[in-house]
Design a protein around this ligand. Structure first.
Ligand SMILES: [Zn+2]
Length: 143
């Protein structure tokens, strides 16, 4: 009998991947297709980012994927001068929170945005990104 293979796609996410197996592994495959995706509950319509495989309101797993498209507004950001272990080589970088209306997205600002243009309220879009190591993540670019 063939041994069931583990789905470890999530090990490809982030500068340092903190988990290799999740119930939302498709997220990484979508990133590889250039799409940043969240999940939506088919029952109540709640949207989740990061994607969840289960709805806490309905207690079901009847979810669908949707693309994080359009513009979000920068809610807050912080420029990091010190990074956690494994992220030292990425410094300096800015982490940020963007409001897309029905959900908020936490992520990094793209490194190419001039510092004096980064302001709360700035319009951003979430873009799939491949790191030099081949790992995947997503960043906010100016919309
Ligand atoms: Zn629900």
């Amino acid at each position: 009998m063939a041994k069931k293979e583990l789905d470890t796609r999530f090990s490809k996410f982030g500068t340092v991947s903190f988990t290799s197996i999740t119930k939302a592994n498709d997220f990484v495959s979508y990133l590889e297709q250039g799409k940043v995706m969240g999940t939506r509950c088919k029952g109540c319509g709640l949207t989740f980012f990061p994607p969840r495989a289960d709805c806490y309101q309905c207690l079901t797993s009847d979810m669908e994927w949707f693309e994080v498209s359009g513009k979000g507004k920068l809610v807050t950001f912080s420029k990091l001068q010190y990074g956690p272990v494994g992220f030292e080589g990425d410094l300096p970088y800015s982490i940020a929170l963007a409001d897309f209306g029905k959900f908020k997205v936490f992520g990094r600002l793209a490194s190419g945005i001039p510092e004096d243009e980064i302001k709360v309220g700035m319009e951003v879009k979430a873009v799939a990104n491949t790191l030099p190591s081949g790992q995947m993540n997503y960043v906010f670019e100016k919309a």
